[in-house]
Design a protein. Structure first.
Lengths: 959, 159
């Protein structure tokens, strides 16, 4: 296998289409205009020595090692900062250059420790490589003068020396090894866009400083790892490399955190994971990463991970470890018994957006072919189901329209109900890069999020709307566009139904949709709405990116349609730089929806009532399929409480913590007779489970994830499953125990079955993915190389459909008892319910959920920063600590939901989207009051959790 | 002498200054000069206020402040004496001038006398090479610093 070495071209690629030909050391090479001599030379296969250049950041020209001679030009210009010219004749190696380079290296090494043998970068050090490349044999200056290397010289403290900074949990900063090439500083600025690093001081005193001469952990650093990747020495090094040593082979795979779907090289030593390094050829991330994908993989080996199947009769019993075969047999018996006793529809399954496409496909196949009903649903129910519905209705596909590269061509970017800086950090970095180059940003969000005021990329317009008024505000934007004549008539006449547009235009033009009227209910100044609408409609290529702040409302689907209308009305669909893009929360939420996880849809979003579609699967699977849609998650729970739904297989989802109205979920689960939880950890749902099947991590299996841009990325096995079986094997064994004749030996066979049955995946196979790297569906005869941009030349459904978007206020209203509006979100270092990130060092950034409250509201209630407060809604109450901030408006409070002991979903209500049942997480009327400590529910729940996690034969871990 | 300012006061006065100068093109250096004029030095507490107002990072502000020797981390003495130590002045004996003044004032470079009367600093070229060795006292240039000039400087500082 070996390590995958990516070529470092030294400077970024030029986008010019004009080619220039030059000669490097006698070889002719043609490159795009604007390319550096260094890159052109690398193209010709000649590596010019370099230290401060790397192709992730712009040329800087400070190390003076990459000098070349150019015929007809005086001096020795640096090849990284000198662009090529037609007919140029370059020499990269002459006596003069050799002498200069050796002299420069001599100076570098005279202030660098000579501990190469015991250095963590040994074997992966560019300084060492360059010393070798220039033939450095001696340092005439010696090592005794002024230096940054030694803590003491002659017993006297050396004030130039600085100790190692080990505050970041994942990497160390050792200033004594720094050569001040500033690659880390530039990576932090240009790639990540955080600007957390600088070079402080000047001359010999200059050095890298996080923040204002702070420790990494105390600075603005977000631990994305870009600086560590950029560092040519051991100055910034992963702690895992220090501990384990250099990796010896690597495998390209896909991150299992958010919907961006970054490609990583899993660098291994044997079967031990040394580090995850972002892959430059990854088309979603282009060589960048965030703290989660780069570093937070420690959960895979966390001590709380369960590795053996377990069963128990009652949920009050301790768990009993059993063999896999006993677990499968028990599960099959129980499900058969329940179906015999309560009817075929009394059981169901929930697929996971964390698992691969292949695994999801198998779970829905198990439900439809094995259970004989359509009671299958997925966690997308609680996040992006309105996207599927809304975009399906208006455009004809249930997915985003662009690839992530498209943002590089946007002139106006509108972010609605999303905080990419925290939840989709790698996309946020790419977006901010574009904003720093001049694109304008519009943000609709009740909070001043990190996306609103990030450095050098501040939003031009921030519309701090009151939670629950999305439809009104977005429709009001349309009002301005229509009444001020800013719509694109030609586009609409060509691609949409004109009479539907006229109807819609008449509706949005009504006075009640004007910014002045909408201001009254949304608290957004009318002038700001007008300004945003004009900017979106007239600012050039305008793209919309939205998140759960749009979908998780009682009018989630309506807002999605309102957004779709905006893009159609302004002609911002069907080319690079524009479009409508949901930012998917989980790694494979797009894929799990594509794979037929919804009770009414077979793979490829084809309705279950379609005879032709059913026929394809019936023939292949040899069973008769039910033509009636099955139960959605909330319906399953309702049915369970009523006593008609008794058995559930939950793969990789923690519905108790992530679904709304926790008390209702727990009552539903408690009423079931057989709950099978298939997960890495004894999660909160497992408190109510009878069978626990240990899951495998993304590192332990083959498969594919589909990210938010519809990109099908390969997940590759880098180690064997610690629990013995990959998740797809577990589902297959369950199916076999229930009498189904499944015989997949590799996930590629499952993908072949998907391709054979689903037109939009027809061209996809593992072989093809191996060749292409990744591909965006639809991938079939019409689009053999996949589809980066959708709706080019015309909408998938034919004519784009304008739909009226009437604003109906949610039933969840504030009143004297519950005067504040609670909205929820997440932060950078934690992921979703935190099952994984809480089991990594990421907790140093976020050890608990806090309630953000405006100083005005806090003062009224006598709450100080850090106080324990009680948060109560009509549904329930919980306690957590307050964080006083003016990032939220008066009347609005905000919290995250990463920690199970907070149980933010005890508070949320069971109101949901009218079309898809997506819960209304983002609006809950609440009251906040000072408190002494946990509520009775929290204490009871804590006891229940402890009791239900007992495993017989194992001592309960002392707390 | 060295009155400790409350963080809130520094932040408020900084914010007011920043508001006045923010509209300038490349406002950071003028703002830092303004702050040094206001407080006599650039307090660390002021930096995040500037960063936030200009929508740049704390690190960037720190990088700029630490690059320029003229921005002080703590207040200077009542008088500031700068002695040129660049090439031309060195060749004309500026090191002797420096050691004489150090001895007379009892302080070294970058130090402030205990009574807070004077801070002494090296400077690398005042553009007065023709009159080397040169110095600067409270912003006023002094050329051809000889024995008499040194005495005059010390005299002026003792007042």
């Amino acid at each position: 296998m070996g390590l995958i070495h990516e070529i470092d071209y030294g400077t970024p690629a030029s986008k010019s289409e004009k080619m220039v030909t030059l000669t490097v050391d006698g070889f002719e090479v043609s490159v795009p205009e604007g390319t550096s001599i260094m890159r052109a030379s690398m193209d010709a296969g000649i590596a010019i020595p370099k230290l401060c250049a790397t192709d992730m950041v712009d040329a800087f020209g400070s190390c003076r090692l990459c000098l070349v001679e150019i015929e007809g030009r005086a001096g020795t210009p640096s090849s990284c900062t000198t662009p090529v010219a037609q007919g140029m004749v370059v020499k990269t190696q002459t006596d003069r250059l050799k002498t200069i380079r050796k002299g420069v290296m001599e100076l570098y090494i005279s202030d660098h420790p000579l501990d190469c043998l015991t250095c963590a970068a040994n074997g992966d050090c560019e300084l060492q490589d360059m010393a070798g490349a220039v033939g450095l044999r001696d340092v005439r200056y010696g090592y005794d003068g002024e230096n940054h290397v030694k803590a003491k010289s002659d017993g006297v403290a050396n004030f130039n020396w600085m100790p190692k900074d080990e505050t970041n949990p994942y990497f160390t900063y050792d200033p004594s090894k720094c050569i001040v090439c500033s690659r880390c500083v530039r990576a932090c600025e240009e790639v990540q866009g955080t600007f957390a690093l600088t070079i402080e001081g000047r001359g010999f005193g200059s050095r890298v400083s996080p923040g204002m001469h702070q420790h990494f952990l105390d600075s603005e650093c977000v631990s994305c790892g870009a600086c560590v990747q950029a560092c040519p020495t051991a100055t910034l090094t992963e702690k895992s490399v220090i501990e384990i040593g250099q990796p010896e082979h690597s495998v390209v795979t896909t991150c299992a955190y958010c919907g961006v779907g970054c490609s990583f090289k899993a660098e291994m030593r044997g079967d031990e994971l040394v580090r995850m390094v972002p892959f430059k050829d990854g088309k979603a991330n282009r060589g960048h990463s965030c703290v989660k994908g780069r570093f937070a993989y420690g959960y895979a080996t966390h001590k709380e991970r369960i590795l053996n199947p377990m069963i128990r009769e009652k949920i009050t019993d301790p768990w009993r470890e059993v063999s896999w075969s006993e677990a499968f047999a028990h599960m099959a018996n129980e499900f058969r018994r329940i179906q015999y006793q309560y009817g075929r529809g009394a059981v169901g399954g929930i697929t996971s957006s964390r698992c691969t496409n292949e695994e999801t496909y198998l779970v829905q196949k198990l439900v439809r072919a094995g259970f004989g009903n359509n009671n299958v649903d997925t966690c997308a129910r609680v996040c992006h189901s309105p996207t599927g519905y809304g975009l399906g209705q208006t455009y004809g596909t249930s997915a985003g329209t662009q690839d992530f590269d498209s943002v590089e061509d946007s002139d106006v970017i509108m972010v609605i109900g999303a905080n990419p800086s925290a939840a989709h950090p790698v996309f946020a970095s790419r977006m901010k890069k574009r904003i720093r180059k001049g694109a304008k940003l519009i943000v609709l969000d009740p909070r001043v999020t990190e996306t609103v005021d990030s450095v050098h990329a501040k939003a031009t317009c921030h519309l701090p709307l009151k939670p629950g008024t999305n439809v009104a505000v977005v429709t009001s934007l349309a009002h301005v566009i229509v009444t001020e004549g800013l719509f694109n008539e030609q586009f609409i006449r060509e691609r949409c139904d004109w009479s539907e547009f006229e109807d819609w235009a008449a509706f949005v033009a009504e006075d009640r949709n004007s910014p002045e009227e909408v201001e009254k209910l949304s608290n957004v100044p009318a002038e700001l709405i007008r300004q945003a609408a004009r900017l979106y409609a007239t600012g050039g290529n305008a793209a919309i990116y939205y998140g759960l702040g749009v979908t998780e409302h009682s009018q989630g689907s309506t807002t999605v349609m309102a957004i779709a209308n905006l893009a159609m009305a302004t002609g911002n669909i069907g080319r690079r730089g524009v479009g409508v893009n949901p930012l998917r929360g989980q790694n494979n939420v797009q894929g799990s929806c594509d794979m037929g996880s919804f009770p009414h849809e077979l793979p490829g979003y084809r309705h279950i009532s379609g005879d032709e579609t059913r026929d394809i699967f019936e023939k292949l699977w040899g069973v008769k399929l039910d033509n009636e849609p099955g139960l959605r998650i909330p319906n399953m729970l309702d049915a369970a409480v009523e006593g008609t739904f008794k058995g559930l297989y939950v793969q990789g989802e923690d519905i108790l913590q992530s679904d709304p109205d926790t008390k209702h979920v727990s009552a539903g689960l408690a009423a079931m007779e057989c709950v099978v939880v298939h997960d890495l950890f004894l999660n909160e749902t497992a408190n109510y489970a009878h069978i626990f099947l240990p899951g495998s991590t993304f590192l332990e299996k083959d498969g594919t994830f589909t990210n938010a841009e519809r990109r099908i990325n390969r997940v590759r096995k880098v180690m064997s499953p610690k629990n013995g079986l990959a998740d797809w094997e577990v589902t297959q064994e369950m199916a076999r125990a229930m009498g189904l004749n499944w015989g997949y030996t590799h996930p590629s066979q499952i993908m072949d079955e998907i391709a054979a049955t689903t037109p939009s995946f027809a061209g996809v196979s593992y072989e093809y993915l191996e060749k292409m790297g990744s591909v965006q569906w639809p991938c079939n005869e019409k689009a053999p190389e996949g589809t980066p941009i959708m709706h080019v030349g015309g909408f998938v459904r034919g004519k784009g459909k304008f739909i009226r978007t009437e604003y109906v206020a949610t039933d969840e209203k504030t009143g004297p008892r519950f005067p504040l509006l609670l909205t929820t979100g997440r932060i950078l270092s934690q992921y979703n319910v935190g099952a994984q990130t809480r089991r990594t060092e990421n907790v140093v950034w976020h050890a608990e959920d806090r309630l953000e409250i405006h100083p005005h509201d806090a003062e009224q209630r006598g709450i100080r920063d850090g106080d324990w407060i009680k948060l109560a809604s009509r549904a329930g109450e919980t306690t957590l600590r307050a964080l006083i901030t003016d990032r939220v408006s008066p009347g609005v409070v905000y919290t995250t939901f990463h920690h199970p002991d907070t149980q933010a979903n005890v508070i949320t209500t069971d109101f949901s989207d009218w079309a898809t049942n997506c819960p209304e997480y983002k609006v809950t009327a609440v009251q906040v009051a000072p408190s002494n400590g946990p509520t009775a529910w929290q204490q009871e729940y804590d006891e229940l959790s402890r009791a239900s996690r007992r495993i017989s034969g194992q001592l309960e871990a002392a707390e | 002498m060295n009155m400790q300012l409350a963080r809130t006061e520094i932040e408020a006065r900084t914010a007011a200054l920043v508001a006045d100068l923010k509209h300038l093109e490349g406002p950071l250096l003028p703002i830092l000069h303004g702050i040094q004029d206001e407080f006599g030095f650039v307090p660390g507490e002021a930096l995040p206020v500037i960063a936030e107002a200009l929508n740049i990072s704390n690190a960037e502000v720190h990088g700029v402040v630490s690059f320029y020797h003229d921005y002080r981390k703590e207040p200077a003495g009542r008088h500031v004496l700068k002695i040129c130590q660049a090439e031309a002045c060195q060749s004309m004996g500026s090191d002797v001038v420096a050691s004489r003044l150090k001895a007379a004032l009892g302080i070294g470079f970058h130090e402030t006398s205990r009574d807070g009367s004077v801070t002494m600093e090296p400077v690398y070229c005042l553009g007065l090479c023709a009159c080397a060795p040169s110095a600067m006292l409270d912003g006023e240039l002094i050329g051809r610093v000889d024995e008499d000039a040194i005495d005059e400087i010390v005299e002026a500082l003792r007042k």
